[in-house]
Design a protein around this ligand. Structure first.
Ligand code: 5GP
Ligand code: MN
Length: 317
């Protein structure tokens, strides 16, 4: 069920926004889109946005330099709006602010969302959280900068309008955002396709080392902590690798993992549609969407592969 943003904001003088750990394009785009809008429309309120380090490519979005990366002592807000985040623990460092807030609202499209806030606006059919934020705003009052942020969110979670989550409504919203005067091509090139030299090198390595398993229906690749250090790569430098693996002909599921800490892996799953990978991720304590999900797991890379394969086999792969 939808909500009225003006009702939620009423009487709430201090407002914090936040999103999931390792923020991706939709997390940053939906947070900054709403933040820019609220700052302009509610100048008398104290409004802050809390996210982990924003990947360099997304810093072109207006007000990205105002994002706060730690919480001041004893800080409390009347309202905390949690965006693109399926459970409170995924908020990471901003979770205490969420817990302390007078009222909480969650806006999200993850099928694994646990409706953990006081008010929850959840739509697992929406392409992106940015699309859901757009629905809540007064269209006349959306300025160029809000439009840019929301467009970035949409293009990231739809793979530039290619994934099946792209609906006619998504395209209509993109068209409306274009009418606000955004340079859509620049946002797509600079935040989605452009890679640094390091990102390309590590992508190349991950593709070179990938292996086909489960009767060639599944492709796996992993990057160790040592390799991350060798390339001086941050986790955000690995974004896009799993999407490239998924494109392999004949493959139904792609698995990409990197070593977060010694013998602890962050695992990304992508599906072409036959397997609902969100159920696999949820089995291991993670979450996501039918075709894109993730979780973390302790053990060696072989342990991760064996465990995931056992689950995939149960699903007919
Ligand atoms: P990625 O593989 O790009 O990190 O994430 C794919 C999708 O799964 C995203 O929607 C992301 O929010 C979700 N996801 C990834 N890792 C986790 C996790 O550890 N827990 C939960 N709940 N969701 C995750
Ligand atoms: Mn999202």
């Amino acid at each position: 069920m939808s909500i009225q943003l003006s009702d939620v904001l009423q009487e709430r003088k201090t407002i914090a926004l936040g999103g999931h750990v390792h923020p991706d394009g939709d997390c940053v785009g939906s947070n900054l889109g709403l933040y820019i809008y609220l700052k302009e429309q509610y100048p008398d309120r104290e409004i802050d946005v809390y996210l982990e380090e924003v990947p360099e490519a997304y810093m072109m979005i207006h007000r990205a330099d105002e994002v706060k990366h730690c919480i001041p002592a004893d800080k409390q807000y009347d309202l905390f709006i949690c965006l693109d985040c399926g459970d409170a623990a995924r908020l990471g460092f901003s979770e205490p602010l969420f817990r302390a807030a007078g009222h909480t609202l969650c806006i999200d499209h993850h099928v694994s969302n646990q409706a953990f806030a006081d008010e929850n606006y959840i739509d697992s059919e929406a392409s992106s959280t940015a699309e859901m934020v757009y629905r809540l705003l007064d269209k006349e009052k959306i300025n160029l900068h809000t439009a840019e942020a929301l467009y970035m969110g949409i293009i990231h979670d739809t793979g530039v309008f290619q994934y099946s989550c792209t609906s006619p409504e998504t395209m209509e919203i993109a068209a409306e955002l274009m009418r606000k005067g955004i340079d859509g091509n620049e946002i797509i090139d600079k935040t989605y396709y452009e890679k640094t030299y390091i990102q390309n090198q590590i992508l190349g390595r991950a593709l070179l080392e990938s292996i086909l398993i489960l009767d060639k229906q599944c492709i796996v690749s992993s990057v160790s902590k040592g390799e991350m250090e060798f390339y001086r790569a941050k986790p955000s430098d690995l974004e896009g690798i799993v999407s490239q693996l998924r494109l392999t002909q004949g493959v139904e599921v792609a698995i990409f993992m990197y070593e977060l800490d010694t013998q602890q892996f962050k695992v990304s799953l992508r599906s072409k549609g036959k397997v609902d990978v969100s159920t696999v991720a949820q089995y291991f304590g993670g979450g996501g969407h039918k075709r894109a999900a993730g979780f973390t797991m302790k053990g060696t890379s072989h342990d991760v592969i064996n465990n995931v394969c056992a689950q995939l086999s149960l699903k007919g792969i």
